[in-house]
Write a protein that binds this ligand. Sequence first.
Ligand code: KIV
Ligand code: ZN
Length: 497
Amino acid sequence: MKLPKSVNILDTTLRDGEQAPGVVFTVDEKIQIAQRLDKIGVNSIEVGFPRVSDAEKVSARVIKDLGLNANIYGLSRVLKEDIDALIDSDLSYMHTFIGTSKLHRDYKLKMSKEEILEKAVYAIEYGKDHGISVEFSAEDATRTEEDYLMDVYKAAESAGANILNVPDTVGILFPSAIKELITKIKENIKIPISIHCHNDFGLAVANSLMAIESGASQVHLTINGIGERAGNASLEEFVVALNIAYGYENLKIDTTQLFNLSEFVSKLTGIKIPINKPIVGGNAFAHESGIHVHGVLENTATYEPISPEMVGHTRKIALGKHTGANSLKSKLNEYNIEVDQKQFNQIYNQIKTLGDKGKTITDADLKAIAITTLGKANKESIKLLGLTVISGDTVSATATVKLSIDGKVEERSEIGVGPVDATLKAISKLVKGYIDVDLEEYNIDAITGGTDALAEVFVITSDSEGNKATGRSTQEDVILASVDAILNSINKIIAIK
Ligand code: KIV
Ligand code: ZN
């Protein structure tokens, strides 16, 4: 297979990614993401759409002023005002677009083919006259009549465009159709061709790879594949597939930062990474079944086509219904938990019983099971001695908590947004000198109906060394259930240490 000598990556997390419903980056967040993208080695970063707001202009200008290695692009329609906003932001790279399909012409733009072509040429020439490097997109290219699309692209090339981008705006094409289209464009056009795939049918990465295979030399990608609707082609999946599946070695991307970057973007956007997402999902390098774990423990390549180290992720041996004794042994070793054969069998049976009930046993669960089996959990280092809560519509929720911490009595009051928040704040401050804990997860469920319903609280806490433990309590009083669950989990962490 003949692949282009160099494949350029234009990351559009900050533009198309930000068009994902609910995603808005602050200027500072845009700066941080741009710096990280530049550090991993992407060639170009589309930082936003300067015409849409002052914040967009500011972030574009500030990112440009950082002097990154990547080319900093701004988006613009084929309008003078949009291009002027981009020039005002001091950008030297413009991605300008206009819809070309019949749907866009008739319903969105209400323009004839000739008008659209004229406007595209005008924008490209206007940008070039201002010393700007221009990438032109025929929006909805993949639903545009082929002859007309070629006319538009030829006119754009003649007007001086530097790159022509082919957006599969609604992710409608399948790989063999992408191949045909890119091959045809390459026959008619001399300047570099770029591809921009949306993921409506889950084909964005496959289509982007096919475009490269067919002669495109630039690809638009986003971290975690975020973007309009089902998103864009995901950067981490594309980069690793091109490298491993295609054996392409010319990409200059530092793949070891992909997991970190993915987590960072997920945290800023609030869009959780699906557990089974390739490369960066929580299960991407997890093995549960005895047969797989046995293979991986002998030679990771048996069930890992990609090494977790390559992308900065970690291998996980998960425990559950399919767990074999080898997996459990390796897990217990990992946590330096020493057990005799009888204790091992007890832990193993408990994991199988929970697994049969459909539960995946997390590391925190395993530690909790081991602690109980080894009899350590009975040692309660921290005990509740007293709790008073004041709450109402005219007072700030205040909790006064009295604890015995390793035999020493400590008391503290805290204010919170509600009584549970105030109580948990007081506990975390009281235990701070003793153990630094973070509340990672807090879930509450009413397990019976009515105002006297039993509340079930489930928490996960962690300490600064990464030890985690679960805590659970069921009581009629929500606050007492919360305190009990949290102390239960903190005591487990102390028992592990
Ligand atoms: O998907 C699309 O068509 C776009 C354009 C702005 C190129 O994002
Ligand atoms: Zn798009």
